[in-house]
Design a protein around this ligand. Sequence first.
Ligand SMILES: Nc1ncnc2c1ncn2[C@@H]1O[C@H](COP(=O)(O)OP(=O)(O)OP(=O)(O)O)[C@@H](O)[C@H]1O
Ligand SMILES: [Mg+2]
Length: 327
Amino acid sequence: MTTAAQIISLVRSHTRGDSTRFEQVALQLAAAAAKRGHIKVAEELRGLIEEARNQSKSIERTRDPIPMVRPRGELAGILTASFPSTRLSSLVLHERLGAALKRIVKEQREREKLDDHGLSPRRKLLLSGPPGTGKTSTAAALAGELSLPLFTIELDGIVTKFMGESAAKLRLVFESIANNRGVYLFDELDALAAERSMPNDVGEARRISTAFLKFLEEDRSTSLILAATNHAKLLDRALFRRFDAIFSYELPDEAQARAVLENNLTTFDLSHLDWDRLFAECRGMSHCDIARGAADAARIAVLDHEAELDSELLIAALADRRHGPAV
Ligand SMILES: Nc1ncnc2c1ncn2[C@@H]1O[C@H](COP(=O)(O)OP(=O)(O)OP(=O)(O)O)[C@@H](O)[C@H]1O
Ligand SMILES: [Mg+2]
């Protein structure tokens, strides 16, 4: 293989998360360097490969066609892993929030440039806002944009499943954060605050809260650490200080409601819809509920109305979503 082909192969295997192939090609490059008498280069490459090998011990990356990451051993019950292809552009966000998230992506993509000037990208992010407004989707989109695996951690689950050793489990998670670059989402952060006010397992919730603050503060990794909450008010002030940025999610305004409907009804003719009535129906609903209502209406339109969608049908479907789960 020529060196150019090897470099392409190296980058491709990295992007796909194929660590076995990555290692193979890197070793070939090292061997080729040694052959040409570039002993120092060869040694340095081998050293880096060894380092990478040690780091990837606890996370397995499977091969094509679908790149996957799979936490092993003790991490398996704590982290959920995926390789999302979601993009920021698929989310409907208010302008400031959209722009702010794009900056996070830019900082990550150009972190070496920042590093040259003694700066570092922001990577500890708190996402706060009502249910169904795009917090979990944002974590997936950041992972998708940066071609990084997404690891989700349910803190609530750690507290209840590992009574007495939850802080130790959390340490494992932060070790993975340091050793396997990725987007790590601590979902349902307010579970900690809520549990802290419950009399029975005060000790455990406090322990994991304290441990979380400490690990978050000590973390010097290159991973992105995201935490999502519905109730920022419940959280400790001490927690806020440890994040590089706080992003607020809100219920959609009319323009956003329209965008969510349009995104979910791309195959229908929407030119005759009564948008004012639809906006009135969407008021107070989350992006998630509107998206689901639109999908409900689309199914009914296709199966019962020869793929014709009108305002009545859409409003009825949205109303069903607003008033709770359909039967
Ligand atoms: N801002 C958005 N733009 C487009 N679609 C959205 C948006 N927010 C939510 N959705 C839709 O709703 C679904 C659920 O959203 P998501 O899980 O991101 O919400 P969340 O803010 O994490 O909610 P929760 O607080 O309940 O965890 C998404 O898969 C997507 O289909
Ligand atoms: Mg969520």
